[in-house]
Ligand binder design. Structure first.
Ligand code: FAD
Length: 400
């Protein structure tokens, strides 16, 4: 694998921070630290996406960004690029139970916000962050590069990249996703479990332009979500047992369109074409700690959750905001005190959100008629009680 380095080719370089992983979370922490004025080395394994134009097919992976995440992207100076390239605001969020009468619609107006969030393609968020990174002199980028060895020496983390470049810095940040190399290299263990569920994700073309509402129907096999994208486009996320997902994934377009028609309400409008399709097995994982000697992990490297409520990357951005808060006045970026404060700030929120998603996942899978009745009563209560609706909407919007 060839290393393409920008601005820096020295075999041994000193930095204030090394970030491994330039996905949405890693790119955002690198940019935030670089904007403060710290010298950052950013190591990313994959080619970096560029901003899409009107002909670029929609990325199959999209995220529902909360107002708090959007405010953070605004601070970084990348939100207006994202917003004006292509994105879909949603002001309403309808959730209903396929096995009963429970049906609730959350509204941005209930909590005094203009939107509950925006649906944006992951590659667009990443491309906008990397565009800003390239214009930030304090960040050295090593892309299509992988770390091969790590050790800490005195007050420095030492990282070898592609077996040739040696980087050193007081702090190593692992933002390299669910299968994090950094997590394993620094000796952080994790607890994990599989849900026996996969998310089938489809980019579809719709007969009507999309409205400002997300739709989520809970079935005993998992939720089915219909998320608006710009113009006549939408993202379908259909959770089901892995075998069922694989079976449907192999269907020709016509047969898959028939399946969608049978499952999704007619009021969503006709789906006229499937543009791209894929599936992702769902796994829950939580690192037993977020910090090690001269190292910290965040985003999916530290926790993965069931994506049914679209909170994953939002939690990653909240990690970034908290870490910046802990580091900004620190003389020694890798000092245990600052890193442990970060872990105290973030662990409970990540765990509560993860456990809340499990409650939804298992609560809607039950076949027990008493629990189904209680569940529908619960949804009806939330629908009828404005304080409860506000509580849920506030949580989804990132207010804690
Ligand atoms: C079906 C589905 C739907 C989802 N929907 C939502 C949603 O609506 N809202 C939401 O908030 N979240 C959602 N999520 C979760 C969200 O996608 C993740 O939380 C998010 O992508 C995590 O970002 P990250 O940057 O931490 O990790 P990643 O996106 O995994 O990025 C990690 C980066 O590190 C790089 N990397 C990996 N290993 C190395 C290495 N050894 N060396 C160098 N680089 C490396 C990778 O190339 C990648 O660029 C969803 C997830 C799924 C599966």
């Amino acid at each position: 694998m060839s290393a393409q380095t920008q601005r820096h080719n020295a075999p041994h370089s000193q930095h204030d921070v090394i970030v491994v992983g330039g996905g949405m979370v890693g790119a955002s922490i690198a940019l935030a630290l670089g904007q403060i004025g710290w010298q950052v080395a950013l190591v990313e394994d994959q080619p970096i996406p560029t901003l899409p134009d009107s002909q670029t097919p929609f990325d199959i992976r999209v995220s529902a960004l909360s107002p708090k995440s959007i405010a953070f992207l605004q601070q970084l100076g990348v939100w207006s690029t994202i917003r004006h390239t292509r994105s879909a605001p949603y002001r309403r969020m309808r959730v209903w139970d396929a096995a009963g009468t429970g049906d609730v619609t959350f509204q941005a107006a209930d909590i005094g916000l203009p939107e509950l969030g925006f649906i944006v393609e992951n590659s667009l968020i990443q491309a906008a962050l990397w565009q800003a990174i390239r214009n930030t002199d304090t960040i050295t980028c090593l892309h299509q590069s992988r770390p091969t060895h790590w050790h800490s020496e005195g007050d420095k983390a030492q990282l070898c990249v592609n077996g040739q470049h040696r980087l050193s810095a007081p702090l190593l940040i692992g933002a390299d996703g669910a299968k994090s190399w950094v997590r394993a290299a620094v000796g952080i263990t994790d607890t994990h479990s599989d849900y026996d569920t996969a998310a089938q994700v489809l980019s579809v073309r719709t007969e009507y332009p999309q409205q400002d509402i997300t739709w989520q129907r809970f079935t005993a096999h998992g939720p089915q979500a219909f998320l608006p994208l710009a113009g006549h486009h939408a993202s379908v996320v259909w959770y089901d047992q892995i075998e069922q997902v694989k079976l449907r994934h192999s269907l020709p377009d016509d047969a898959l369109l028939d399946e969608l028609k049978a499952q999704f309400p007619a009021e969503l409008g006709r789906i006229s074409a499937i543009e791209t399709r894929g599936f992702f097995p769902i796994r829950r994982m939580h690192a037993t700690r977020y910090t090690a000697d001269r190292a910290v992990i965040l985003g999916d490297a530290a926790h993965t959750i069931h994506p049914l409520a679209g909170q994953g990357v939002n939690l990653g951005f909240y990690d970034v905001m908290a870490l910046i808060e802990c580091l900004k006045n620190s003389d020694d970026l890798g000092a245990p005190k600052a890193l442990q404060r970060f872990e105290r700030l973030r662990r409970a929120d990540n765990l509560i959100t993860q456990t809340g998603m499990d409650a939804f996942h298992f609560g809607f899978r039950t076949q027990n008629p008493l629990l189904i009745g209680a569940r529908n009563l619960g949804l009806t209560a939330v629908a009828g009680l404005s304080p409860l609706r506000k509580l849920v909407s506030n949580f989804a919007s990132g207010a804690r």
